[in-house]
Design a protein around this ligand. Structure first.
Ligand SMILES: [Zn+2]
Length: 88
């Protein structure tokens, strides 16, 4: 069972960059979970991204952690690209 951390002051999803719980009834930061993707790297994923990607992997019968690692690499590349663009 995946453990989620609720109302961490600096909670931020590495994928969708959410920091606040989108649910209108909860005035708190986004619930996140930490996933070890190897090479001493950890991903912070919000509850939405976690279940979205987990469901996707289960449907496609893909291993979850390598899939997250690949997405993380892609998002790092995209981050760099968008930073480059904003500087020009
Ligand atoms: Zn997210």
């Amino acid at each position: 069972m995946q453990k989620f951390f609720y109302n961490l002051p600096k909670a931020k999803c590495d994928f969708c960059k959410a920091t606040e719980n989108p649910h209108p009834d909860y005035d708190e930061t986004i619930p996140i979970t930490r996933i070890n993707i190897g090479k001493k790297r950890k991903l912070n994923l919000c509850i939405n991204c976690f279940f979205m990607h987990k469901e996707f992997c289960e449907k496609k019968e893909q291993p979850f952690v390598p899939y997250l690692s690949k997405l993380n690499n892609l998002s790092l590349i995209l981050d760099k690209a968008s930073k480059k663009n904003s500087n020009t």
